[in-house]
Ligand binder design. Structure first.
Ligand code: AMP
Length: 488
């Protein structure tokens, strides 16, 4: 199957050809003809499947006819985070280069006035996060009565972030006769309910089983003790010794932990950036761009980075903190192994994380082998099956509204700033079970953190982090040592 059989316009086909893509992905192949036939679509697809182009390409084709009126956008795309919204805009810039379409981004952290000016000029495609969109409609600067096509992207993420009431409000402002495209990676009951309300006789397209992990990703878990510094020790050792590490996203559960780990790694000489929801937009964008273009090989991130961000080639994902929700695990490790590439995902597991790991194994239907934090990440004998055979009943923590987690007071007039962080700050569930010991010792030297290479100029210069571990850079590939400045 080639793109030319899908009904796309010549201009759009030329833009696709210019990107070098020759074959539509399954979601593109199945969704595009229905979108062009003006059907509602329910797409159950994870990021990395090409779902963005599955709605951007037919939208570009459909928008070739007609013109936008002031303050009345013709189409609306709702995204849960600023980064995802910006990424969709990039897709319109890439595929719509030959068209004179007005594409506007309504996200928090960006000047309200500039956005308002854009709206007055007339917008063909409005890409927005729910909070900032509602701020504009409440101020009377935006009318949604002209919206012919609505895209709700990453709906399960919207649910996680407490955006569903906002989405329901927004939908009520858009004519009933609109076309709706609804994308979600998973189908929890609440999402199923809203698809029944929002969609009219939708074409259901499911391209991969929800909550499955990519085939090409090798997954491991490394057991550590309870002391906070142990996780940092092991992480540094894993980073030094990982085979074929090109770049890595290191996930933490809390914004605070992202900032601490970022500083610790930096002090130990790693070339690292950070991404979490309390950073201002320009710092977030800068960190993401530096990581994307390879300037920094390591990115410490909260879950705001876990879903949907299009970073094509990530070789490794580390769970510095095991996520409390098993579906977050799936989304995190979905950052690697994209587009058929191989990837490695390593979780650092404390005794308190055992229940979460069992829930992850239950959700993914996979046993995650134990490995040691040494040079060769290989499965251990017996450890994995031992973990898998435990009782797997794990109650889910209740999801809370995004704004209630961070403890900051919302600022009047900008709900977007309050909600778009995408970070969780939940307490760890008490889970006393002891982790099984790692089944084999590393073939490399003992942990570098305990055997500082005294006399090395680098190590001698390195300041110590919160846990006062001496730094040893002897194993670091040069590219990991490039200095980088980032605001966190
Ligand atoms: P998405 O799921 O929309 O985040 O897309 C994941 C990645 O796949 C992005 O880097 C896209 O540029 C890329 N992509 C989209 N469509 C195709 C295609 N037909 N062939 C190859 N790569 C694609």
């Amino acid at each position: 199957m080639s793109f030319s059989h899908l009904g796309l316009s010549d201009k759009v086909l030329a833009a696709v050809a210019a990107t070098g893509y020759t074959t539509p992905t399954p979601i593109q192949e199945q969704a595009i003809p229905h979108v062009l036939a003006r059907r509602d679509v329910l797409g159950i697809a994870q990021t990395g499947t090409g779902k963005t182009a599955a709605f951007v390409l037919p939208m570009l084709t459909m928008l070739e006819k007609g013109r936008a009126r002031a303050r009345m956008p013709r189409t609306l795309i709702l995204e849960p985070t600023r980064e995802l919204a910006a990424q969709v805009k990039e897709n319109f810039d890439k595929y719509g280069a030959g068209q004179k379409l007005n594409v506007a981004l309504l996200i928090g952290g960006v000047s309200f006035g500039d956005q308002d000016t854009k709206l007055t000029r007339g917008v063909d495609v409005l890409i927005a996060t729910p909070g900032r969109l509602l701020d504009h409609t409440e101020r009377g600067g935006l009318l949604l009565t002209g919206v012919e096509l609505l895209v709700i992207d990453e709906a399960d993420r919207m649910l996680d972030m407490g955006f569903i009431p906002d989405i329901e409000r927004i939908c009520k402002m858009i004519p009933f006769t609109r076309q709706t495209l609804f994308f979600t990676a998973t189908m929890p009951a609440e999402i199923r309910r809203i698809t029944e309300t929002f969609l009219h006789n939708p074409e259901k397209i499911e391209v991969s089983r929800p909550a499955t992990t990519a085939v090409g990703v090798s997954q491991f878990q490394v057991a550590v003790g309870r002391e906070p510094h142990e996780k940092r020790d092991v992480l540094r050792r894993l980073l030094r010794d990982a085979k074929d590490l090109q770049n890595a996203i290191i996930f933490c559960n809390r914004k605070r932990e992202v900032a601490l780990l970022y500083k610790s790694l930096q002090k130990h000489g790693f070339s690292v950036g950070a991404l979490h929801g309390d950073m201002d937009q320009s710092a977030r964008t800068a960190a993401l761009n530096q990581f994307r273009n390879g300037e920094i090989p390591l990115l410490v991130a909260s879950d705001v980075a876990a879903r949907g961000l299009d970073i094509p080639a990530v070789s490794h994902v580390f769970n510095f903190d095991v996520p409390h929700h098993a579906d977050d695990y799936v989304h995190r490790i979905g950052r690697t192994g994209r587009a058929g590439r191989a990837g490695t995902a390593i979780s650092i597991v404390t005794p308190l994380d055992q229940k979460s790991m069992v829930a992850i194994e239950k959700l993914t239907g996979q046993t995650i082998p134990h490995a040691d934090g040494g040079a060769a990440i290989e499965p251990s004998e017996g450890g994995a099956s031992e973990a898998h055979s435990r009782d797997t009943e794990q109650p889910r923590e209740p999801r809370t509204r995004e704004g209630s987690r961070g403890g900051r007071k919302p600022r009047r007039g900008d709900r977007e700033r309050q909600r778009s962080s995408g970070d969780r700050d939940r307490p760890s569930a008490p889970q006393p079970q002891q982790a099984p010991a790692a089944a084999f010792t590393p073939p490399s030297a003992p942990p570098a953190s305990r055997t500082p290479s005294i006399g090395r100029a680098e190590a001698a210069r390195a300041p110590r982090d919160a846990a006062s571990e001496p730094a040893d850079h002897s194993h670091l590939p040069a590219f990991l040592l490039r200095p980088v400045r980032a605001r966190v």
